[in-house]
Ligand binder design. Structure first.
Ligand code: PMV
Length: 336
């Protein structure tokens, strides 16, 4: 019997966390709450066609990334789908063909798992006609933790905290209305410091927290830092906010460096940039950095600092080490 063929597209933004998810608890839940904003220009687009099956199997027939078959991505996705849907009842199975692309380069320090896994969750929500964003966020979390903060646009909190009434371990919630409008246009310039893929995947990285000697201290710090961040986000950006972003980023890398085995992801260029950014603050330019689990440095600043930072870029303030960068990606909060 001929089945109907449906052709659709979904997209999802990447996000950058100012409070990092690092370490898992009870499977796909986080050791500590995390807080991020989605990026306006760094996105995954996912085109798909599907036909319903008479049984309840989900078969990925084709998986293209940037127009090319990518077997390693396909099998990773098949595993995640199997794990998720094996435990759930679905109305029908389907044969799916996926064609996906990112607007940003691979290994650039922009979290492609967040945008791609959020796009995948949106795809299944479209197929199964489920429009609840929290349900989508929960599915995205099962595919990759940070992806749960990429379903809705803007500032998202994942994890339970007594500071926010409806906060949840299951899914991320939107924080836009509790965040000062100046943070809706926060800028994020990503200085790519290496063209190599990360030495340690984030899923291996999370594992390192299981036996980490500073695990309890980390969880306590993250909760206290979250309360502080929430207060600072209610008012216009301050140096205290950027100090806190930097402390958190360095704590993430300190945790990695003090793991067994130890993981060192920063490159010499990352450190040079960090120092340059601190000097900018001494010169009265409001900005700060954050780092993900990689060598790229994210320069964060309020939009009113854009002209002065563009000038510095033109004047080659970052010039002495510029040759070592592969790229500088100028992005901003999706709400901008
Ligand atoms: O979603 P995962 O498993 O790729 O973990 C991402 C972890 C960090 O990017 C380092 C931090 C975060 O909260 O996004």
């Amino acid at each position: 019997m001929a089945m109907d063929l449906f052709n659709k597209q979904v997209s999802a933004p990447s996000n950058i966390a100012i409070l990092k998810y690092w370490g898992k608890s009870n499977g796909q839940f986080s050791l500590n709450p995390s807080l991020s904003f989605t990026l306006k220009h760094s996105k995954t687009f996912l085109d798909f066609t599907y036909e319903k099956r008479q049984d309840k199997e989900i078969i990925i027939q084709d998986f293209l990334f940037n127009g090319f078959a990518k077997e390693s991505f396909k099998s990773k996705i098949e595993q995640k789908i199997k794990k998720y849907f094996n435990q759930r009842d679905i109305p029908f199975g389907c044969n799916i063909k996926i064609n996906t692309s990112n607007t940003f380069p691979h290994s650039s320090g922009i979290a492609s798992s967040a945008s791609s896994m959020a796009a995948l969750a949106k795809m299944f929500s479209m197929i199964y006609d489920t429009h609840d964003v929290h349900q989508q966020s929960s599915m995205a979390r099962e595919f990759s933790g940070s992806a749960c903060r990429s379903i809705q646009e803007g500032w998202c909190l994942w994890g339970e905290t007594q500071d926010v009434l409806d906060s949840s371990q299951e899914h991320a919630i939107l924080m836009n209305s509790s965040v000062h409008p100046d943070f809706h246009s926060l800028q994020d310039w990503i200085f790519v410091c290496s063209d190599q893929a990360k030495a340690v995947s984030s899923s291996d990285g999370h594992q390192l927290m299981n036996q980490h000697p500073f695990k309890d201290a980390r969880v306590k710090n993250a909760h206290e830092r979250l309360s502080h961040f929430l207060q600072l986000l209610e008012v216009t950006p301050s140096n205290t906010f950027f100090d806190l972003c930097e402390q958190e980023a360095l704590e993430l890398h300190a945790l990695m460096m003090t793991s067994t085995p130890s993981v060192l992801l920063m490159e010499p260029e990352s450190l040079l940039l960090i120092k340059k950014i601190s000097k900018l603050r001494q010169r009265g330019i409001m900005c700060g950095f954050t780092l993900d689990a990689g060598s790229s440095v994210h320069l964060l600043f309020p939009k009113n600092q854009l002209p002065i930072l563009k000038n510095l870029l033109d004047e080659e303030y970052f010039g002495t080490i510029k040759k070592d960068y592969i790229e500088i990606i100028q992005d901003e909060c999706s709400l901008c």
